[in-house]
Design a protein around this ligand. Sequence first.
Ligand code: PRP
Ligand code: URA
Length: 272
Amino acid sequence: MPVLQGRPASFRLSAGCSGPGSESRRVYRAILRAFALIMGLAAAQSAGPSAARSGRITRRGKTVTPNLHITNHPLALHKLTILRNQKTEPKKFREVVRELAMMLIIDATADLPVVELPITTPMGAAVGYKLADNIGLIPILRAGLGMVEGALDMLPSAEVWHIGLYRDERTLRPVEYYNKLPVSPTVQVCLVLDPMLATGGSAVATVDILKRWGAQRIKFVGLIGAPEGVKKLSEAHPDVSIYLAALDDHLNDIGYIVPGLGDAGDRQFGTA
Ligand code: PRP
Ligand code: URA
């Protein structure tokens, strides 16, 4: 299978042929291959950070949101494959969720302001930098818990504020069961952590809670999104940027992301 930079090719070409007329078929297939390669590269570009910057991420020709950032990093693609594999055990699954969270946090914090910090190196005076803002990590229980350690590896001074929501299995609507946010905000930037953005109900409810709390700047950091969830979150909160490792195809009739990875909470905590 041909390998495109940063993204697996989404097409498969058959092996060469022989026999009468094979020359013209070879030429025809070479043209098809070149066309497919160009289309594949275009798809990889349209799903990458450069497309997010240009404000047009599309899926099946539909504009989803200008605020969607999908990492195109080969390591993220590899790690996501481990998570998608139904044979991956909870221990490995948790390890990879943590690693992917680290990678996505790098993306999600790329535009945060810094302030100068004068320091002294062994060679003399230098100007260093530190983040200008206090950062809050807001994992949505349960599945968001698995992203906290990776996020804290990158942002050791971040505060962690948990929000507990579960999806009602019948209505798919989020039900809040835990919230211990202090009376007024203690951070300037909130990074909401949840591996799955399915219908978007849990993410929208969490951002609603944070905005009522007085949060100034909020970003959503997840692993896999469905187009339905991305649309719902970006329509309800267009100011919230979304950082994902993949935008999948669709939701099934019980609200699970396809192809997805199954139930992110169950797979981390062995409760399937
Ligand atoms: C999962 C997931 C999200 C939510 C996404 O949690 O972790 O919070 O579903 O779905 P949505 O976009 O349709 O709201 P779940 O309700 O299964 O709870 P759990 O993490 O406790 O298992
Ligand atoms: N929650 C999950 O854990 N997985 C999905 O696919 C959808 C919601």
